[in-house]
Design a protein around this ligand. Structure first.
Ligand code: AMP
Length: 471
């Protein structure tokens, strides 16, 4: 029999453990998962700059936007990206739903875009079909600087054309996005890994060579020998790089079609004067690539270089996923990497337009009217600041001063009853009383219509709008 004392100790320790558990849970709730992060308001000017530049270039180059679910059936990725790849083997967030479906958070976007292309019969559209998508992707990698478990990508895909001019244009778009963000010093690396036909022969040659060096390879690469020997070529381990350096190169073993395609791509890149180099070890991590592969690297002279993005041709993917034979080429850029590089080179973030008008109110009746007046100005494209929670005029004017507005509108009890507003010029201090129905026109005139920013659905609009960078 357990003594009374022992029972209380046991009870106490159970209580303690439960308390510990609650504490542990409470602590966990106050932080995001490892490798994930919040994007706080002060970071948003960088994110907005990336959104605006990438979306504008998508429109300029004829890409239509497509948004896809974050979750897809797991076999979409395993079939598309390839069973032997790191992404599928080690990095996917996969789970069973309550209904028993095996699903995964997307580790990249192209497989989902292809699924939608087939499902929605986009093959009947005139070619090329160009699609742009953006959002988070998930990879269960070891988090480190510039490597997260949730990161964002901007993704461009082109369907329906074989010609290498499309590959060159895709590389051009990737470079335009990077450069328009103010990142000038970059390097483009290109390679061709051939088609399934010539790659088969090349793969045999490569495996023969690698077999003879097997004991010099890292553990991961030893495993890759079977499933994904090409991946050994871009392993970052020193000893594997040394083996890779003397390995046969895919560009020396291309079939005639792939050779001409690669030559044609290089001619287009030369014509465009793009800063590229051939990297015969570039293979990319996913199985679906054929012919062209490329990456864009940050040009840090010293310190770590980062891959800002990459892509290539994937002529077989739509067919593998059940669609008709459709050549395709695309790329993705990592948003966090772009922002990291923008900060490093001190590129400009987006500057939000600042309100030039402040609306102050005094007294209960005026306070009630002020919400409507604010909305009237906003509907007419005039950016207004306010501090409705404050009662005293003095403290509201202080805020107006701090914001550096040009005009303060004062709505007191008397003005609210008379349907007028006091318009105060903050530079000269001169005040005038204006009838409420003439206010919008007067403010527009005062702000010299050229500097009024007209908003429509969050976008600048109209003839009077300013350019993208409000500086
Ligand atoms: P990938 O599909 O692996 O070529 O990724 C495209 C781009 O996304 C890379 O070039 C990086 O800029 C970025 N990226 C890939 N993985 C990560 C990650 N774990 N964290 C942050 N950015 C990443």
């Amino acid at each position: 029999m357990i003594s009374k004392k022992k029972k209380t100790v046991k009870k106490k320790s159970r209580k303690f453990k439960a308390g510990e558990k609650i504490k542990e849970q409470a602590e966990l709730l106050l932080q995001p998962l490892r490798g994930m992060k919040d994007i706080l308001p002060e970071e948003q000017p960088y994110w907005d700059q990336v959104r605006r530049v990438s979306e504008k270039l998508a429109r300029d180059y004829g890409f239509a936007r497509i948004d896809l679910p974050l979750l897809e059936y797991t076999n979409l990725f395993s079939r598309g990206i390839g069973e032997g790849t790191d992404v599928i083997e080690k990095e996917m967030y996969s789970f069973l739903t309550r209904g028993g479906d095996k699903v995964s958070l997307r580790p990249e976007m192209t497989a989902g875009v292809c699924r939608a292309y087939i499902q929605h019969g986009m093959n009947i559209l005139s070619k090329p079909v160009k699609l742009f998508s953006t959002g988070p992707v998930y990879r269960y990698e070891r988090p480190q600087e510039g490597r997260y478990r949730e990161h964002y990508q901007v993704n461009y895909d082109t369907f329906g054309e074989q010609d290498a001019i499309l590959d060159a244009q895709i590389i051009q778009v990737a470079l335009r996005v990077v450069q328009n963000l103010g990142i000038k010093a970059v390097q483009i690396q290109v390679n061709s890994i051939g088609c399934p036909f010539c790659r088969k022969e090349y793969r045999e040659l490569l495996v023969n060579y690698l077999e003879s060096k097997k004991n010099k390879l890292c553990q991961d690469c030893k495993k890759r020998m079977e499933l994904n020997p090409l991946r050994i070529l871009d392993c970052k381990e020193d000893k594997c790089s040394q083996v890779a350096a003397a390995a046969p190169q895919s560009i020396d073993h291309l079939c005639e079609d792939c050779r001409l395609h690669f030559r044609s791509l290089l001619e287009y890149l030369d014509e465009l004067n793009l800063p590229y180099m051939i990297n015969p070890h570039l293979v990319r991590g996913l199985d679906y690539y054929t012919k062209t592969v490329f990456e864009i690297w940050s040009g840090q002279e010293e310190g770590r270089k980062y891959s800002l993005g990459g892509g290539g041709r994937y002529d077989g993917l739509i067919k593998v996923l059940g669609g008709e034979d459709t050549p395709a080429v695309g790329f993705a850029l990592g948003v966090e990497r772009l922002i990291g590089e923008m900060k490093r080179v001190q590129a400009k973030a987006y500057k939000y337009p600042k309100p030039k008008v402040f609306l102050a109110q005094l007294g209960d009746f005026a306070k009630k009217k002020s919400l409507g007046l604010f909305s009237e100005l906003e509907k007419n494209g005039i950016l207004v600041a306010e501090s409705f929670g404050r009662g005293s005029l003095k403290s509201q004017l202080k805020v107006a001063d701090r914001l550096g507005v040009e005009i303060t509108l004062i709505l007191g009890q008397k003005e609210a009853l008379d349907q007028t507003v006091i318009v105060k010029n903050m530079k000269t201090g001169v005040q005038e009383i204006v009838s409420a129905d003439k206010l919008v026109d007067l403010i527009k005139k005062k702000l010299k219509t050229s500097s009024v920013i007209v908003y429509h659905n969050g976008e600048e609009n109209g003839n009077n709008s300013k350019s993208l960078n409000q500086d």
